[in-house]
Design a protein around this ligand. Structure first.
Ligand SMILES: Nc1nc2c(c(=O)[nH]1)N[C@H]1C(S)=C(S)[C@@H](COP(=O)(O)O)O[C@H]1N2
Ligand SMILES: [Mo]
Length: 229
């Protein structure tokens, strides 16, 4: 089966079963009901280019304050600190705000579990550049709706084209997984993967420590180094 069919077929079957009376839901340009169909499970991709993926449900919820439910109309991603023009981007402005790509990346939590997920997002450096960062800034502090914080070096973000993800396994991030955005901090421990990101503050303060880093986790957070300082 073609990959596209593998994704869409279950979705179509699902719509057919759950909503036989609704007719087409826009795909074929047919009539649309005033009300969106409800209760249709989004169809998650579980295989990509021959590799098996984990499910969005395979994560363990261990966030510091539990899931956050972000009001997307009020949502802004602020880019602050050592920048020439502080910027606040809406959801749509973030999603269309830079180069986008998708990639399978593994998230490893220090608790001993890991997940392989197809992430899709926008290059963080592109978003940051919109605020005209000071050339002396070296660190990005990520702050989140739950009061969480963590840091990543700007060079790492640029050199590795690190993503700010808006989709995982082909579906919008669920609230539990960090909707609207999670940082895909490749080769870093899970605590570097900020969820529910609301602010990116640029600084040259190398001593700044995020939430778990203040509590003894390594500041580099490199996966090959163990997570205690
Ligand atoms: N805002 C926020 N982001 C966060 C966390 C958190 O508590 N709050 N936990 C981190 C940790 S420890 C991990 S392992 C990953 C994945 O967490 P999840 O399984 O709860 O989705 O999110 C990271 N990002
Ligand atoms: Mo974690």
């Amino acid at each position: 089966m073609k990959p596209a069919l593998r994704i869409f077929l279950p979705a179509l079957l699902c719509m057919g079963l759950a909503c036989t009376a609704c007719g087409p839901t826009g795909q074929g340009g047919g009539p649309r009901n005033a009300e969106e169909p409800r209760g249709l499970a989004p169809s998650e991709v579980r295989e990509y280019q021959g590799a098996d993926l984990s499910s969005v449900d395979d994560f363990r919820e261990n966030s510091i304050k539990g899931p956050q439910y972000v009001d997307i109309d009020a949502y802004r991603l602020s880019i602050t600190g050592m920048v020439a023009s502080e910027t606040a981007l809406t959801y749509d402005e973030v999603v269309s705000g830079g180069t986008a790509y998708k990639k399978v990346v593994t998230l490893d939590c220090v608790e001993g579990w890991s997940v392989d997920i197809l992430w899709e997002g926008v290059v963080l450096a592109d978003l940051i550049d919109r605020a005209e960062p000071d050339s002396n800034a070296t660190i990005a502090i990520f702050r989140s709706a739950d009061g969480y914080s963590t840091t990543l070096p700007l060079d790492y973000l640029r050199d590795r084209d690190i993503l700010l993800a808006y989709k995982m396994n082909g579906v919008e991030l669920p609230p539990e997984r960090g909707f609207p955005f999670q940082v895909v901090a490749e080769d870093k421990w899970g605590y570097k993967w900020a969820k529910w990101v609301t602010e990116i503050e640029l600084t040259d303060d190398e001593r700044f420590r995020g939430y778990w880093e203040q509590r003894g986790y390594s500041n580099t957070g490199d996966i090959d180094e163990g997570f205690t300082d």
